[in-house]
Design a protein around this ligand. Structure first.
Ligand SMILES: NC(=O)c1ccc[n+]([C@@H]2O[C@H](COP(=O)([O-])OP(=O)(O)OC[C@H]3O[C@@H](n4cnc5c(N)ncnc54)[C@H](OP(=O)(O)O)[C@@H]3O)[C@@H](O)[C@H]2O)c1
Length: 292
């Protein structure tokens, strides 16, 4: 089996290279190998490699910058995945893609279901939603995994920022009124690989994806605020013998950013568990593992 992977140097993409290694031949492309700002490059790359499955782990993920780079975010998050789905349909192969909790407006008090009303409140969320819709419109077999608050040991993420600031600063203020679920990039990749393994064992990969096509929430278990996440990171740092900054809780209104964030973005992961018998551990358990 041959898998074409985009975004190979990203948080999820890099972990996918690890998780997929025992399952398939992986053609791992980064921005230099395949620049998704060119639809022609995307089409040629797929035609050249003739993969059995495409996994799109690339995305424009700079949430604040997207507010002023609408067209680029739209190209990478909406147009390019739609082109991939079109090519996948032509070749009769499946596409795996990742989306976000930011497709929701945050006005909820219980975890969002896959078919709850979508209403993004920032450009990033809007472009990711258009990517989901573009893929669905092309009738290729596809799985779209909506995840949230992704962190890992590489790239730009909240864990690495807080590890750095926690030991550099005397004190730190972090918002405590945005609620969501931190998700370790490694667990997203492992879950993806296990689902692909199920498809291989089924005997017909494309039919397996066709039968299960659609959107699935895939996020860490439980919920917390950015402040709660920071507290847990600091506790781990202290266990490792570090002296950490004093931590203060502030409301979102005290930390203005170019892009508005949803206040409540926890995802209900039951559909993933019911369909594939896969659920990610509680976010605290994953964080402990990741930091160890
Ligand atoms: N990060 C989060 O908190 C979060 C939350 C919810 C959902 N998600 C979704 O989860 C998926 C994986 O996210 P992630 O956190 O792994 O993202 P990431 O670490 O930012 O990685 C994204 C990758 O996409 C690549 N990329 C960007 N523009 C490209 C282009 N024009 N051509 C080719 N590659 C390009 C980047 O390459 P460079 O390294 O060269 O820039 C980067 O390696 C994405 O679909 C994202 O929307 C992420």
């Amino acid at each position: 089996m041959k898998i074409l992977l985009t975004g190979a140097n990203g948080q999820v993409g890099f972990e996918l290279q690890r998780s997929l290694a025992c399952l398939a031949e992986v053609i791992a492309t980064d921005r230099n190998g395949l620049d998704l700002s060119s639809n022609q490059a995307t089409q040629s790359c797929i035609a050249e490699h003739k993969p059995d499955l495409i996994i799109n782990a690339a995305a424009y993920t700079a949430v604040d910058k997207a507010e002023s780079e609408h067209d680029l975010a739209m190209q990478i998050n909406a147009v390019a995945p739609t082109v991939m789905a079109e090519e996948a349909h032509k070749l009769n192969i499946p596409l795996i893609h990742y989306s976000t909790d930011y497709v929701f407006n945050g006005q909820n008090s219980q975890p969002w279901l896959e078919d709850d009303k979508v209403e993004p409140i920032n450009v990033y969320g809007e472009t990711k939603l258009l990517g989901e819709q573009g893929i669905a419109s092309k009738n290729a077999a596809h799985l779209i995994f909506r995840t949230s608050w992704v962190y890992g040991q590489r790239g730009n993420n909240f864990l690495l920022t807080m590890k750095r600031l926690g030991v550099e600063r005397e004190s730190l203020s972090v918002v405590d009124d945005q609620i969501g679920a931190p998700t370790w990039s490694r667990h997203i990749a492992d879950a993806t690989a296990q689902i692909i393994a199920q498809a291989i064992v089924s005997g017909n990969v494309t039919e397996f994806f066709k039968a299960n096509s659609g959107i699935y929430n895939l996020s860490g278990g439980g919920q917390t605020s950015w402040h709660g996440f920071t507290q847990a990171i600091f506790s781990q740092l202290q266990l490792q013998g570090e002296k950490v900054a004093e931590l203060n809780a502030i409301p979102t209104s005290a930390y203005p950013t170019p892009a508005q964030r949803p206040l409540y973005s926890c995802l209900n992961n039951d559909k993933l568990a019911d369909t594939f018998a896969i659920s990610l551990p509680n976010w605290q358990q994953s964080l402990t593992l990741a930091m160890q």
